[in-house]
Each structure stands twice: as structure tokens, then as C-alpha cells.
Ligand binder design. Structure first.
Ligand SMILES: Cc1cc2nc3c(=O)[nH]c(=O)nc-3n(C[C@H](O)[C@H](O)[C@H](O)COP(=O)(O)O)c2cc1C
Length: 121
């Protein structure tokens, strides 16, 4: 994280992508979120005012039965707490490797979110 904090500080925004594991984010995503707790400087939290994008995939059919809602809620609360607006959340079912490529609407939404987080249209 000592390498990552300066990159985050300079960035306009941040997109976090995670699979849903056991009805929440993956352990790797959770560790990253935990390390953001310490990202506080003289002017407040290091992510304050930055655009946040969230991407989630899951194996089940919808955001409720998959547990994606738990992850979405955690991100909402976490980024409200640090003062970083969530530009959007894109999530959908994609289980097998490469399956997501068949869901053109989801890919389009993800690309739009990326542009929004970067400050474009
Ligand atoms: C350890 C593990 C736990 C999972 N738990 C869930 C779950 O709680 N809900 C769900 O809908 N899918 C679950 N899945 C399916 C994954 O969310 C889905 O396959 C995802 O697209 C995998 O992304 P990955 O290839 O990056 O691991 C789980 C998969 C794994 C390997």
C-alpha cells in the first residue's frame, strides 16, 4: 500500500472490481478496503472528493440471492464515510471465465462507468 497510496492520491477516481464471494466482497478486496482506513492525511481522508466506481460479478441470478447487496451496502457506507461520491455501481451475473463477454449491456455499462469515474461523459 505504500506504493499504492501515492497513486491513489494523484488519481481523479478509483474503480474497485470484485467477485462476490460468500455473499460479500472477496477477501483481497476487503483487505484493500481495510488499508484505506489508514489513508488519512492533514486534509482528511486521501480519497475525499474522488469519484468511485464499483464493479461486481456473481454466480447467482440476481444481486439479492447472490449477496451482492451486502457488498454494495458496504461500499455505500464506506465511501459516504470518507466523503468520496460513488459515480455508479455496475453488477451482474457471470460465473464461468469469459461468460461476461456475452453480456453486452453489462460491458457497456462498465465502460460508461469508467468514463464517468475518469471525469468524462
Ligand atoms: C470462493 C467463492 C465463493 C463464491 N461465493 C458466491 C456467492 O456468495 N454468491 C454468488 O452469487 N456467487 C459466488 N461465487 C461465484 C463467483 O462470484 C463468480 O463465479 C465470479 O464471477 C467469479 O469471479 P472470479 O473468476 O474473479 O473469481 C463464489 C465463487 C467462489 C470461488
Amino acid at each position: 500500500m505504500r506504493l499504492v497510496y501515492p497513486v491513489l492520491k494523484k488519481a481523479r477516481g478509483l474503480v474497485i472490481a470484485s467477485p462476490v464471494y460468500w455473499f460479500s466482497v472477496s477477501a483481497q478486496t476487503k483487505i484493500f478496503m481495510d488499508r484505506l482506513y489508514a489513508f488519512i492525511g492533514p486534509k482528511g481522508h486521501g480519497l475525499k472528493g474522488k469519484n468511485i466506481g464499483i464493479l461486481l460479478t456473481y454466480g447467482d441470478v440476481d444481486p439479492f440471492s447472490s449477496g451482492a447487496v451486502n457488498a454494495l451496502r458496504m461500499f455505500q457506507d464506506a465511501f459516504t464515510y470518507v466523503g468520496a461520491p460513488i459515480a455508479g455501481m455496475v453488477y451482474g451475473s457471470a460465473n464461468a471465465a469469459g461468460e461476461v463477454n456475452e453480456n453486452k449491456a453489462l460491458l457497456r455499462d462498465a465502460a460508461t462507468l469508467g468514463r464517468q469515474v475518469a471525469g468524462g461523459a
